[in-house]
Design a protein. Structure first.
Length: 251
């Protein structure tokens, strides 16, 4: 499927790149602010690349777990503050070395919303960046991974990227919904340790869910496995994602 019509239809795009944030909730809230603004008819479509300090991000569903508040207090004391997001899925770790890529765009009342096309538009800039590093990715679910889905990006059968989408009903003329699509790319973080932190949250919060720490990976782990250097990798991947985005949207 060619993505040219998608990128052309939603022009003009605004590129936003942000450094590692200082407040765990602020960077996450920025996506919500952008999609809500678009729902009001303010601004244009956005591609945003960002990075969050260490925290655990959960859904509204997790707030109803029996020991949720106690788990939050303990994890915050240990340097893992818990932040609630509006989209679905499971708990996920954020932190330095994990890049987030977000697309915010409008679904017009005279246009059809294509879920698969939106996910591909979100993921292809990441695939292009990883291809430039010599890493081949595939789409697909990975049994045992947290926040699993068919639009994971995987390397060697291991999950390296998770994705999600959220639609907000719009009040602006000609717009049916504002769409937020989000991807999380594990670059230099410890994927197994992140999974263990997710598992610990569920144990503390009184939930029986458990995810396999051996089925996720990071870009750095795959490069080291191939005998490749990883110094300054997160900044390098930032640049490659931007180059890939510019290439895909320049037509």
């Amino acid at each position: 499927m060619s993505l040219d019509p998608f990128f052309t239809h939603h022009r003009p795009w605004r590129w936003i790149e942000e450094p590692l944030g200082e407040a765990p909730g602020a960077a996450l809230a920025r996506d919500t602010q952008l999609v809500q603004a678009l729902a009001r008819g303010e601004g244009t479509a956005v591609a945003r690349l960002w990075e969050n300090p260490r925290c655990l991000v959960v859904t509204r569903r997790e707030t109803r777990l029996p020991q949720f508040e106690a788990a939050c207090r303990l994890l915050a004391d240990e340097g893992w503050p818990v932040i609630v997001r509006e989209s679905g899925g499971t708990a996920v770790p954020h932190g330095p070395g994990i890049l987030h890529f977000s697309l915010v765009f409008a679904q017009h009342r005279d246009g059809r919303y294509d879920l698969d096309q939106a996910y591909q538009a979100l993921c292809e800039p990441l695939r292009g960046a990883l291809s430039a590093l010599g890493l081949k990715t595939q789409y697909g679910a990975v049994a045992g991974a947290y926040c699993d889905g068919r639009y994971n990006l995987n390397i060697d059968g291991l999950k390296v990227t998770g994705t999600a989408q959220r639609l907000i009903a719009a009040r602006a003329k000609g717009i049916k919904n504002a769409v937020l699509a989000q991807a999380m790319l594990m670059v230099e973080s410890d994927a197994a340790a992140g999974t263990e932190q997710v598992n610990r949250f569920y144990r503390l919060a009184g939930d029986s869910r458990h995810y396999d720490p051996t089925v996720s990976t990071s870009v750095a782990e795959r490069l080291r496995a191939a005998g490749r250097p990883t110094e300054g990798l997160t900044q390098q991947v930032r640049g490659l994602i931007k180059e890939s985005w510019q290439h895909l949207t320049s037509g």
